[in-house]
Design a protein around this ligand. Structure first.
Ligand code: SF4
Length: 501
């Protein structure tokens, strides 16, 4: 790394649920809540835990919680922290929605996501009638839109806690308020300059983890609500990020994904001038870290420096997700994405020359306002020339509050027709790319037991491809050499052909 940049981090790490008792022991409840946001949240965790202990004694049973998560990987990561706070505060997780505390962590990227949340909220209201002590909370991106908050206040008055994305780190404090006082808590902030990450986290997987490196987005793509609900981009202190990664590796994690809405513009707002490639390189050198991923990069910020960091660090995974959205320069401009068709193709070609074993995947939107069949021809041309290894393809749907929502829309039938053309190209491209790996042996990380095929487990390769192999739960979290035998479109069936590696 070129910059003057040194570990360790400035403040103590407070994160592992396993160490929570030790951390809480140092918190003095006879004092006022601390000013420091991290310590302040642990102060309230300790208070809620004492309250939970007395409620458990009164009710003669555990207090349970259930977190419903909607949306992206960053929301999933936030939910690990929300669950971590609840567990640290004395609650026990349950799969059922009739828990003592039910929390909805919402997404608002698509209008129909909002409707799903309202539907689920309506369904759990009868649990509250049966259990008057039940508390219901709702947070996340949907709550940053005033109309949604108003609707909940009016139509779902049984909701006890509403908070947004900017103050999610205050959850422990709000939890204590709703548990200790019989009143609603509604806290929506317009913005924050705080990045508070070192809170208890209940990681879903023991062997892989996401690490937030930045929050919000400055790009204002004209179809996207994220900059409005997540705010402007804020990068997290690099020393804190690296220390969290080191701690995870010590804890047994072998694969880390660095997360940001526009991950490769990381650092633009930091005074020390550290860039994303520099951070990635530093993280790649963490001893014991076998795989390092990142999501989601923007093509306009995909620099030569970044390509070279990936190339020279074999533990940075051979998977580059490069959202195209449209292959038509005219539509890309209307989307406010800041690249042209030719620039995008040149970037893909260059990545393929420099890192030939990297899989390149993408996102494509079909039916953006004003899109013609000729624009879709351009998208198909890019799919053929880029030879994508896989793609998520979406039909454009209106997202209220974004500029594109007010523009003349493509008729639904036309969208479907064009979507079919794009999907066919994407599937053919994915199949062609996957078939190239037939007969090869590659390293896979076993992630889970395959629920569809008995006696099989599912592994993920560095290039993000899924392979199903005969095996059992004891293999989860370990790497194995896998012989790729039968291509099924964009995934494989194979066999383990060597020892754990
Ligand atoms: S880069 Fe564009 S699509 Fe991605 S979060 Fe930012 S505004 Fe949304």
């Amino acid at each position: 790394m070129k910059k003057d940049f040194q570990l360790p981090v400035k403040k103590p790490a407070l994160i592992d649920l396993g160490r929570i008792d030790e951390v809480l022991e140092g918190i003095d409840l006879s004092q006022d809540p601390p000013e420091d946001e991290h310590l302040r949240q642990y102060y309230f965790i300790k208070k809620t835990r004492m309250l939970a202990d007395s409620l458990k004694a009164d009710r003669g049973r555990d207090l349970t919680f259930h977190v419903n998560t909607f949306g992206c990987q960053m929301n999933a990561k936030d939910s690990e922290k929300l669950s971590g706070v609840l567990k640290a505060s004395g609650f026990t997780e349950t799969e059922e929605e009739d828990a003592d505390f039910v929390l909805f962590n919402t997404c608002t990227v698509r209008d129909n996501a909002d409707q799903r949340v309202f539907g689920r909220l309506g369904r759990i209201s009868h649990f509250k009638k049966a259990n008057r002590d039940m508390k219901i909370g709702i947070c996340g991106c949907m709550m940053q839109e005033a109309s949604n908050v108003e609707k909940i206040k009016k139509s779902y008055p049984f909701v006890d806690l509403i908070f947004g994305t900017h103050n999610i780190y205050r959850f422990a404090e709000y939890l204590f308020q709703v548990m200790s006082e019989d009143r609603k808590v509604i806290q929506i902030w317009d913005k924050t300059d705080q990045v508070v990450e070192d809170l208890p986290s209940d990681r879903k997987f023991s062997f892989k983890a996401g690490v937030n490196i930045s929050f919000g987005c400055n790009n204002f793509c004209t179809y996207c609500i994220v900059p409005y609900v997540r705010g402007r981009e804020r990068s997290r202190d690099a020393r804190e990020i690296l220390q969290e990664c080191e701690r995870l590796v010590k804890d047994g994690v072998s694969e880390i994904m660095l997360l940001g809405q526009n991950v490769n513009s990381y650092g633009h707002d930091l005074e020390d001038g550290i860039t994303f490639p520099e951070l990635l390189e530093e993280a790649a050198h963490i001893e014991g870290l076998k795989r390092l991923r990142f999501m989601t990069p923007h093509p306009k910020d995909f620099s030569e420096e970044l390509i070279q960091v990936i190339k020279r660090n074999p533990n940075v995974t051979r998977h580059i997700h490069l959202p195209l959205q449209s292959g038509s320069t005219r539509i890309i401009k209307k989307m406010n994405r800041h690249y042209t068709k030719d620039q995008y193709i040149a970037l893909v070609r260059h990545i393929r020359e420099e890192i030939p074993d990297a899989a390149i995947t993408t996102d494509i939107i079909v039916g953006f306002p004003g899109e013609t069949p000729e624009d879709v021809d351009d998208t198909i041309d890019v799919i053929r020339r880029a030879q994508f290894d896989n793609a998520f393809t979406f039909i454009y749907s209106i997202r209220r509050g974004t500029p594109a929502a007010g523009w003349e829309q493509v008729p639904e039938e036309e969208k479907k027709t064009q979507f079919g053309r794009v999907l066919k190209e994407v599937q053919e491209s994915a199949r062609r790319q996957s078939e190239k790996l037939q007969g090869k042996t590659m390293t896979g990380l076993v992630e889970e037991v395959n629920t569809q095929t008995q006696g099989y487990v599912t592994a993920r390769l560095s290039n993000n491809m899924i392979v199903h192999v005969p095996g059992d739960a004891s293999m989860i979290g370990s790497f194995y050499p896998i012989h790729l035998e039968e291509c099924r479109g964009f995934y494989y069936f194979g066999t383990v052909c060597g020892d754990r590696c």
